[in-house]
Design a protein around this ligand. Structure first.
Ligand SMILES: C[S@@+](CC[C@H](N)C(=O)[O-])C[C@H]1O[C@@H](n2cnc3c(N)ncnc32)[C@H](O)[C@@H]1O
Length: 241
């Protein structure tokens, strides 16, 4: 509440129009503090035309698109998930979107697993600065080690570490029964290897094939896929919560 008021006052004082329109729009989500400048996604990553990247925006090359982050925020507000998982935190934008959703619901916490100690330290500081420390906990370790040993159970998962690890992370969750809700996987657009030379076609095909197989698993009830921008693949649990 205090943070939202602070953001509104800051926004009013600085003027929301301080940020020039990005990708032809002045829109930015209300949960995102005004100190994050936004950029057109098409200027941050190469894309093929099918991905319509001109219509998307992001804060920096290492962070998830704002539209995807806003979907995460809205989905947590809709499903009232209380215990959230994020694998791979980078600059903490996903953690902020999810922690803000917990704050906006009035309950819940995101457990974000990041292997880089420097990033963990920086994100913990950022969360504090944004008044979100009560809604997020950083775990500085390998995501697979964390998932194999944690006693926590999650209602929502955002899988965003390395593409080659994400299906395995989800398999651990399914085998251990520690994810009861929706699982969202980033960077799944089938066009990524075509436009991004550093994205190996075989690794990407394997990532997508494993997710499609997992979506058909008896413990799941199907999937939804958005192929725009970097892409998002969402698997639903058998019994939706
Ligand atoms: C794509 S970025 C995450 C972006 C972030 N989730 C967001 O929404 O802006 C991937 C992150 O995963 C981290 N990472 C890589 N391997 C990992 C592992 N085995 N366990 C946990 N984190 C890992 C990297 O250090 C990097 O910060």
């Amino acid at each position: 509440m205090i943070t939202r008021m602070k953001n509104s006052l800051l926004g009013a004082a600085k003027g929301w129009r301080l940020h020039p329109p990005v990708s032809g729009r002045s829109w930015r989500p209300s949960w995102l503090a005004p100190d994050y400048p936004l950029h057109p996604e098409a200027g941050l990553h190469p894309h093929s035309d099918e991905e319509k990247a001109k219509l998307f925006m992001a804060a920096d090359p290492g962070s998830t698109e704002i539209e995807t982050l806003n979907w995460l925020h809205a989905t947590v507000c809709l499903t009232k998930a209380s215990s959230l998982l994020e694998t791979g935190s980078a600059m903490g934008l996903g953690t902020i979107a999810l922690a803000s959703a917990c704050r906006d619901n009035g309950f819940g916490k995101v457990h974000s697993i990041e292997i880089d100690p420097g990033l963990c330290e920086q994100i913990s500081l950022t969360l504090k600065q944004h008044g979100l420390a009560d809604y997020a906990e950083m775990h500085c370790m390998d995501s697979r080690d964390f998932l194999r040993t944690t006693n926590l159970v999650f209602d929502f998962g955002f899988f965003d570490s390395l593409c080659e690890l994400r299906a395995e992370e989800y398999e651990i969750c399914l085998d251990r029964g520690i994810l009861r809700g929706v699982a969202a996987f980033h960077d799944t657009s089938p066009y990524r290897p075509r436009s991004m030379p550093q994205c190996s076609p075989s690794v990407h095909e394997d990532y997508r094939a494993r997710l499609e197989k997992l979506a058909d698993d008896a413990r799941c009830s199907g999937h939804f896929e958005n192929i725009l921008s970097r892409g998002l693949f969402v698997i639903f649990p058998k019994q939706a919560i």
